[in-house]
Design a protein around this ligand. Structure first.
Ligand code: FES
Length: 576
């Protein structure tokens, strides 16, 4: 099975096509795994980049899924070789997986570039594993296709749906308000995670898996097929088949991830009511490819796109319901007039071709465009003297009455201060207060943790308050909700104006006008700045030190400055 005539030889031939001692070594050692000589005859080598880990339960089934990818690769005449990369476990890693997203992307980039492969299948699931793998693969720019692990089955408990993450927050608030016993809280634990797979709300994992369809880097169905549904395995098989074809076609990631693809993904995110975390991830992926795509594009492309997917945390249902209602293809079809259907995809056809047959099978879950969950589903990008480089809010998960609000600041200087005082009965606050958290950004935390939806003080919960305006330089979980302004840039630790806010300052939020204003005059702010000691990074070493010294702000995707861009798929010099 030789290379296509007239094309450059496959990259893997630099290893396996050699008739010298190097070729001997490359082939001989692999043969200790029982690979037959035919595997080295010039057929495409497909790398399976696997984020499986026992410590990332959301990805715990990916080795099994990889076997189905391999079947597809073999069936199409390719040679699959699976390799592990750093996995990122949202539920277990401390202080936050986001601290390690860029590290994992470096791992992926180095693993792909240094080894013999002509295309790569990215096996991902839990939140950061998807952007990390796409960022790394983008910097190499080989043909690449995403296979997500898929969401868990719906949680059910005491006759009601139970959504990953979203209901943890609700239950925590209910316990604090005295409306739920601790025994019931603990009993719900096993019911919330009833099968293999990722969070089954429209959290970050489901958002990113779905956006991969909108971006064109995954096959139709990737977003919503449940992890344990046999059709997830069939999708893995089909992705293996396509990975072989993509290697032959030399269909690179950069040919798919164009500005049009990102615009489509932003519009899809609005329709889904997707996670705010997608903002930083898509900006970082685009940065690896040099695609002109900015924070303001998030606002511009998403404007006027309604949220039509009725899933938690914005709505009522879960990913299993979404799959049976038609999944991502049905949503793309519903908003087709706002998309660039000519955008190329990993199928070898354009986005529009993948929508043939797409239909809504349950209008309670995927609502009509003219009767949406929220008329304005796009992520709103706010600016003002408090966020000169931008901040974001997810209107679909916010309280409409709070989207225009003016209140008195209650300031927490950092996460420790927040934990120490938020439930202090003496905390001077009410339902109109604006709660401000500093020190949750990329440098400050470090790692831009998901604590931006700071908890509502117990005394307000007990008074029946269920949402207040909150501001921070951190992120929030895709499963979270509330009137929460996130990703304020520059962050407090980068000497942003957020660092200067004091208790009692007036802050005005106007989402419709896209403004966030600290109503303190410039002279006072200058005096506060002069009196403020500069941020001193905590004593760190190793990766954390590298991260804090080089991380970019949220409006640049929180990538490391020296990782922006890529080095391509050139074959490094030999090792011996
Ligand atoms: Fe892993 Fe939600 S915690 S997908």
């Amino acid at each position: 099975m030789a290379d296509d005539p007239g094309t450059k030889p496959l990259r893997s031939r630099e290893w396996f096509g050699r008739q010298d001692s190097y070729g001997f070594i490359y082939r001989s050692w692999l043969k200790n795994q029982g690979h037959a000589a035919e595997m080295f005859d010039g057929r495409p080598v497909v790398g399976l980049c696997n984020t499986w880990s026992d410590l990332t339960p959301c990805n715990g089934h990916l080795r099994e899924l990889a076997e189905h990818v391999k079947r597809g690769v073999y069936a199409a005449g390719g040679f699959p070789l699976e390799f592990p990369v750093l996995s990122l476990s949202e539920p277990l890693m401390r202080p936050t997986t986001m601290l390690y997203r860029n590290l994992a992307s470096m791992d992926v980039e180095a693993a792909i570039r240094s080894q013999p492969m002509d295309s790569v299948v990215l096996l991902v699931g839990c939140d950061k594993t998807t952007p990390a793998c796409l960022m790394g693969a983008a910097s190499v720019d080989l043909p690449a296709i995403v296979v997500s692990g898929g969401p868990m089955l719906s949680g059910r408990w005491q006759g009601r749906r139970l959504g990953s993450g979203t209901d943890v927050i609700r239950f925590k608030e209910a316990v604090a308000a005295g409306e739920m016993s601790l025994a019931d809280f603990m009993a719900a634990e096993a019911a919330m995670s009833p099968s293999a797979g990722s969070c089954m709300t429209m959290g970050t994992a489901s958002t990113m898996a779905s956006l991969c369809e909108g971006l064109g880097v995954a096959l139709p169905g990737n977003g919503a097929i449940p992890a344990v549904d046999a059709r997830r395995r069939a999708l893995a098989f089909a992705s293996g088949v396509r990975a072989v074809a993509m290697a032959r076609e030399r269909l690179r990631l950069s040919q798919i991830l164009t500005r049009a693809a990102f615009a489509n993904a932003v519009r899809l995110n609005a329709a889904l009511g997707g996670s705010t975390n997608a903002v930083v991830h898509l900006l970082a992926i685009a940065g690896r490819l040099g695609v002109p795509f900015t924070l303001d594009d998030w606002d511009a492309f998403g404007r006027g796109v309604p949220t039509i997917v009725n899933l938690m945390p914005s709505g009522d249902y879960l990913m299993e319901d979404f799959f049976h209602a038609g999944g991502v293809p049905a949503v793309l079809a519903a908003i087709a007039d706002r998309l660039d259907l000519d955008a190329p995809t990993v199928t070898g056809q354009n986005l529009g071709a993948g929508l043939a047959g797409a239909a809504v099978h349950d209008p309670k879950v995927i609502l009509p465009v003219d009767a949406p969950l929220r008329a304005e589903g796009g992520i709103a990008v706010l600016r003002g003297n408090l966020a000169p480089d931008g901040a974001v809010i997810k209107p679909s998960a916010a309280t409409p009455a709070l989207m225009r609000h003016r209140g008195r600041a209650v300031v927490f200087e950092g996460p420790d201060d927040l934990k120490a005082r938020i439930d202090d009965p003496a905390l001077d606050c009410d339902a109109t207060s604006v709660f401000v958290l500093k020190g949750a950004g990329p440098k400050g935390y470090p790692g831009m943790a998901e604590i931006g939806n700071l908890p509502i003080p117990k005394k307000l919960l007990q008074a029946g308050v269920r949402d207040v305006v909150r501001l921070s330089d951190g992120r929030m979980s895709g499963t979270a909700y509330g009137t929460v302004v996130l990703h304020i840039a520059p962050e407090a630790a980068a000497d942003g104006p957020l660092a200067l806010v004091e208790d009692g300052d007036r802050i005005a939020l106007d989402v419709a006008a896209r403004t966030l204003t600290l109503e303190v005059d410039a002279g006072d702010l200058a005096r506060r700045r002069a009196a403020r000691p500069p941020f001193v990074a905590p004593q760190t070493r190793g990766w954390e030190k590298l991260y804090v010294e080089h991380v970019l702000q949220a409006d640049r995707g929180a990538d490391l400055d020296f990782l922006v861009g890529g080095s391509g798929d050139g074959v490094p010099r030999v090792s011996h």
